[in-house]
Design a protein around this ligand. Structure first.
Ligand SMILES: [Fe+2]
Ligand SMILES: [Fe+2]
Length: 133
């Protein structure tokens, strides 16, 4: 798979959120490279754990900003975060239980998992916060 390249399309217009997203994109690329380099299952699992934990931390960051600035879509956005973490944990469990390696389709899933939320829900949040902060 090709690297995810950071660009204006992913920027939500709020520096502190963009910084987090950049970090997540970097970890995703690290994982992608590790899969291509056929790193050990333990190493792949460690990066996936890092990606999920950093994402969960980032979600709390956005949720604090939503609360602080009274974002109307806060509950729906929080639900979306919850679902995303759940989906990633399910993939993680599936890999651990089946003792299988991450496949290209898993990387494809994680790419959509990461970018689709940024391009939709986070863009709306970014437009709101850019006016309020
Ligand atoms: Fe979000
Ligand atoms: Fe985000």
């Amino acid at each position: 798979m090709k690297d995810l390249v950071w660009g204006d399309i992913l920027s939500v217009g709020v520096d502190e959120i963009d910084e987090d997203h950049r970090k997540l994109v970097n970890i995703f690329n690290l994982l992608n490279h590790a899969v291509m380099d056929e790193e050990s299952p333990e190493y792949l699992a460690a990066i996936l754990e890092e990606l999920i934990n950093c994402t969960a931390w980032h979600f709390s960051h956005e949720e604090r900003l939503m609360l602080k600035y009274g974002y109307e879509e806060r509950e729906a956005h929080k639900t979306a975060h919850h679902e995303l973490i759940k989906a990633a944990r399910e993939l993680q469990q599936e890999i651990l239980q089946a003792d299988k390696l991450l496949a290209d389709k898993d990387i494809g899933f994680l790419e959509r998992w990461l970018t689709e939320h940024i391009l939709t829900d986070d863009q709306r949040l970014g437009s709101f916060l850019s006016q309020e902060m």
